[in-house]
Design a protein around this ligand. Structure first.
Ligand code: SF4
Ligand code: SF4
Length: 132
């Protein structure tokens, strides 16, 4: 499976953004070049402008783990800044805080070397997000 870069995940998050804001972010990203720290700051700024149409715990956007494919390497656990994953007592990795997952983020998916992480179809979730 191809690994997705952080930039690709960022672009995926921007999918339903108004054109003007998308253009603004695209220019900032271009200026940031390969500076990952700056890119993160830009995406953080985008996150600050996001609003949800219903409470987050009513939206089923979160990763799922194929436990048969998972090799328990903990890459996802160590990567996710939101604490969505936890290690269970038997060593398996579980999605224990699904509603902490950032809406439309798929940053961990491409980092799983086993392709064990999946998300629902993002197009079904655009209706929950708008930008101010
Ligand atoms: S990165 Fe993939 S294989 Fe590794 S613990 Fe997470 S789901 Fe399992
Ligand atoms: S998609 Fe992003 S926020 Fe959600 S679990 Fe993966 S890394 Fe964490």
């Amino acid at each position: 499976m191809l690994k997705k870069s952080a930039s690709l995940a960022a672009w995926a998050m921007m999918a339903n953004m108004p054109l003007r804001l998308k253009a603004e972010v695209a220019i900032k990203m271009l200026l940031a070049g390969s500076d990952e720290q700056k890119r993160r700051e830009i995406m953080h700024g985008v996150g600050e402008r996001r609003r949800l149409t219903v409470p987050r715990d009513k939206i089923q956007w979160h990763p799922s783990i194929d436990q048969k494919a998972c090799k328990r390497c903990k890459i996802c656990l160590n990567f996710c800044p939101k604490g969505v994953y936890s290690e269970e007592s038997d060593g398996s990795i579980a999605v224990t805080h699904p509603h902490e997952c950032v809406m439309l983020c798929t940053g961990c998916e491409g980092r799983c070397p086993e392709g064990a992480i999946s998300f629902p179809d993002r197009r079904d979730f655009y209706k929950y997000i708008y930008y101010v």
